[in-house]
Design a protein around this ligand. Structure first.
Ligand SMILES: *Cc1c(COP(=O)(O)O)cnc(C)c1O
Length: 361
């Protein structure tokens, strides 16, 4: 199997080997030390300001989306939510469920967020801003410098869902004025699904302590308190955290996050050059695309994108990523995160070419 989805993605051999070990008991000083290292390295890779902290939540990326909405906002807030696809829509749903007053900036799918979209919300007493770094359903990479500047100038708390974008795309909490940012284990970190992580600056730490949400499992102040001694309130996905530690250290000793960004960029560019000439159109323009994923539309009339996904899966053992909802039959995606070799991209390209010959694509 070759896996070009956007998560779970192909794991490195080092990660897989660790996965065969027994899971140790975790209320130990050894595990606390490992967790402290995890915290420091995640802060480093997110370019977090000094005194930032990390919440290690057992649950997929959505758990940390929900945890963030619950711990950083209340019905006293008034937030802006960017909705440019299914993950933006999820942020909107979370604001609805948790009674957070919000205004939705709904983008036509495939269009970039611009200064024009934000202008009318200046000096309007908004208190928060929620957005993805990469909206994985379309592959758009938002201009986080623009968003960060807007939030700083208007005093908005900036919460960023970088579940798919972290490591693939440039991300700096300091430069982009991000207060809290989340990522997940099964995306570019290429670990098993099970955990998600929130890096928070001092403003975010103070905010969640002040709010002190009435919830047992999602109580961030409780996580912060336990985290002071390198622990979590409840049993975490211990195995994933051990794999995370090995992965973060390996990144650190091999050129750091800059090198990861570079690898992702080169891989995405290689794929995008190789598809030139095929009857596939990139859903986003190159300059608005994340390095995490490429969304593609078959251009030949009558070609069904979901059918292409199924044929490639069933007949060639390769998984590309189907889209859900309205775009299901028009768009499929090819992910560039996880352990993907150049030869595997070449294999996928030759399958596309064969499908063209077979008049399926
Ligand atoms: C994958 C993803 C998530 C989380 O999805 P889970 O299935 O809950 O892990 C959240 N946001 C974005 C942008 C994602 O790509």
């Amino acid at each position: 199997m070759i896996n070009f989805t956007v998560g779970p993605v192909q794991m490195d051999d080092e990660t897989r080997n660790l996965g065969s070990n027994q899971i140790p008991y975790f209320r130990t000083s050894e595990f606390s030390t490992l967790m402290k290292e995890n915290e420091a390295l995640l802060c480093k890779f997110m370019d977090a300001p000094d005194s930032s902290r990390v919440i290690f939540l057992t649950g997929s990326g959505t758990a940390s989306m929900e945890g963030g909405v619950m711990n950083f906002f209340t019905p006293e807030d008034k937030v802006l939510v960017v909705n440019g696809g299914s993950f933006g829509h999820r942020l909107v749903e979370l604001c609805q469920i948790h009674d957070i007053p919000y205004t939705e900036i709904k983008l036509d799918v495939g269009t970039q967020l611009t200064e024009e979209h934000l202008k009318c919300y200046e000096n309007q007493n908004y208190t928060g801003f929620l957005i993805q770094l990469c909206e994985t359903s379309t592959g758009i990479l938002y201009d986080m410098n623009l968003v960060g500047k807007f939030c700083k100038e208007n005093g908005l708390f900036l919460f960023v869902d970088a579940v798919s974008g972290f490591m693939a795309d440039e991300l700096s909490m300091k430069k982009m004025h991000i207060n809290a940012v989340i990522t997940g284990s099964q995306k570019a970190l290429a670990l098993p699904p099970s955990m998600s992580f929130t890096v928070m600056d001092q403003v975010a730490i103070n905010r969640c302590k002040q709010i002190n949400v009435r919830n047992l499992y999602f109580n961030y102040p409780d996580y912060l308190l336990n985290g002071e001694r390198g622990q979590t309130p409840f049993t975490p996905a211990v195995g994933t955290l051990i794999q995370l530690n090995e992965k973060l250290k390996r990144i650190d000793s091999s050129g750091g996050i800059i090198n990861q960004n570079r690898i992702a960029k080169e891989r995405a560019e290689y794929f995008r050059t190789q598809i030139e000439g095929l009857p596939l159109k990139m859903f986003m323009s190159n300059k608005d695309s994340s390095n995490c994923v490429t969304a593609l539309m078959p251009t030949k009339p009558g070609v069904n994108a979901h059918k292409v996904f199924e044929i490639i899966k069933d007949e060639y053992g390769i998984w590309i990523c189907p889209n859900a909802g309205e775009m299901a039959e028009k768009v499929f995606r090819v992910g560039h995160i996880g352990s993907i070799k150049k030869e595997e991209i070449d294999t996928l390209i030759s399958v596309f070419k064969e499908l063209v010959k077979r008049e399926i694509l």
